[in-house]
Design a protein around this ligand. Sequence first.
Ligand code: GCV
Length: 718
Amino acid sequence: MMLFGRLVVTVATLVAGLLLSVGTARAEDGYDLWMRYRPLATAGATALRHDAQSVERRGDTATLRVAADELRRGLTGLSGRAVPEGPSPRPIVLATTADRDVAALRLPTATLGDEGYSIRPTSLGGRRVTLVTANTDRGVLYGSFALLRYVQTGGNLDRIDLTSTPRVKMRVLNHWDNLDGVVERGFAGQSLWDWWSLPDFRDPRYTDYARANASIGINGTVLNNVNAKVESLTPRYIAKAAALADIFRPYGIRVYLSARFSAPIELGGLKTADPLDPQVAAWWKAKADEIYRAIPDFGGFLVKANSEGQPGPRDYHRSHADGANMLAAAVAPHGGIVMWRAFVYAETDPDDRAKQAYTEFKPLDGKFARNVIVQVKNGAIDFQPREPFHPLFGAMPRTPLMIEFQITKEYLGFATHLAYLGPLFAETLSSETMQAPGETVAKVVDGSIEGHRLTGMAGVANIGRDRDWAGSTFNQANWYAFGRMAWDPTLGAAPVAREWAAMTFAPSPAIVDPVVRMMMGSREAVIDYMTPLGLAHVMATGHHYGPGPWVADLKRPEWNPVYYHRADKAGIGFDRTKTGSNAVAQYAPDLARRLADPATTPERELLWFHHVPWDRRMASGRTLWAEMVHDYDSGVAYVGDMRRQWDGLKAQVDAGRWDKTATYLAIQEREARWWRDASLAYWVSVNGLKLPAGTVPPEHDLGWYESQKIPYAPGNPQ
Ligand code: GCV
């Protein structure tokens, strides 16, 4: 009997072992993202096999149902044992704080707000349970995903004790998806929204999209491009948006639409879209009422106005506040909001492009309606690999500002280059504005210093119809990091990368450590081989793929790379001090003083703020020119290192994801070299300097690089 017992255990162990190995060896295509739920070999998973005997749901809302389903699905996968729903001697209980038994526990849940959760082992009705509780069923859903994350990253359920509340209220994806399926700056295939077959066909993928977003706390999605087409506001398209809203609702995700400001003319037949015209206001009010009839929890509008050819209130000599407030009045009775973008620059304005948004918006501080939030890009130009934080942060204390990051990598090598953006998000969010004591960009965004309750973070989505959603496995990390950091901007890029790597591959240091090492330096490597030391916007025309520092012939000055780098025989960089555009004066006085002097400007931002002689001595002791060459070389070398590290992981990653990543890294190394060589060839043609001794010369002459054309690059609006 004893022998038989041992045999059973051994066979069970073998089966479990087999399950685990099958889990890692099976080819994967990345569809499952970080929600792979493959059997785990961690101590936590062993506890899971014994303890989480069932998932018990107290209540019957759609959100509680999807929370329970996700938990069962996840725990079944992770433990290798079917976890049923219903009571058991040792369940995971999902219940809001309104539940009588939970209320009797008198847990400190007041600080959880609408979306926070608390998870702990406790005794409930005489049983030992793991309790996932929150003030709302949405909080319980987030708690369920947090529990799964905890187990997926190696945590032991016996010891779970998690409490978390989001610091930012609106955590929103912006899809730049056109109604014809093309995604502006999208590198992961066609739009996920099949507008043609909606509202009838509800692709199961929409549900998986909602699951993925809910798992990282994203609670809003703007479905259409900010370069908006008016048709998205027609009844036909409202019905399609409503179908998506129905699918997303149980997951706590609200739908928003980008609104074209001139819609009252184009759809309503009015003669004007002047925001102060009563007929225009009435048209928008009726349109909002119509949308809310179809989508009762519609989030509101996102607007790009008077920028890059879009219509807006300035067409009628009205301010951005006039435009935003008129729309805000239309959605206010329904609890909706307006996200009004500050990404504004005009061809008629000869001033430094980096200054224009501040100049336009700063005087409007305090003039926006209560349900307007101004959406400001992380930097003052346009999602460059590195930008100093936007000077509007901290400069409009009486106006809620939300930050807009680009998750899709328009200027960072598209989907093919590996660049983990966690460090970019963290760098901006932790920047000190010096406008108020202790104020960082994160504290402006979360409203804590200026006392705003309407707070938000937007990320331009990198999602498309590719099987792996984001164009590559590592691009998924940027979607993940955006959500996690929108929930809590102080999380830190490395801890978030560790979570993601553990969930995406396995919670073992043997894989997490090297993957996180690769990720953490990857964005800096892109900066090094594309835009070292504060350079910006030197990408090729239109699609922004590949180098184009020589481009000087485009219609608008600020579209030309030469406008940004200003390289000449004497030096390189954009003088934004008093002797130049004086953009530094838009920062708080102490910071402005620091940035006005090259000696106190961080070297990583030097050429953003200063025109610097090529022979300037840098902290390293090298001249600026030698430092630039050094950075280009480091960037290329880093990609070579990533390739080697990835090669070493071949046995630990399934073939499908390993192969694609390895191929992309090879492309990236080739293209990093292209960037370096083209840039050096061009700078030499301007400064007439020799390359520092020992430097490998560019492979081709400048003419060759200038003649390279990349037709049909994805994501480029034609
Ligand atoms: C949606 C940049 C991009 C445009 C984008 C614009 C914006 O200019 O290149 O494609 O348009 O930013 O943020 O509105």
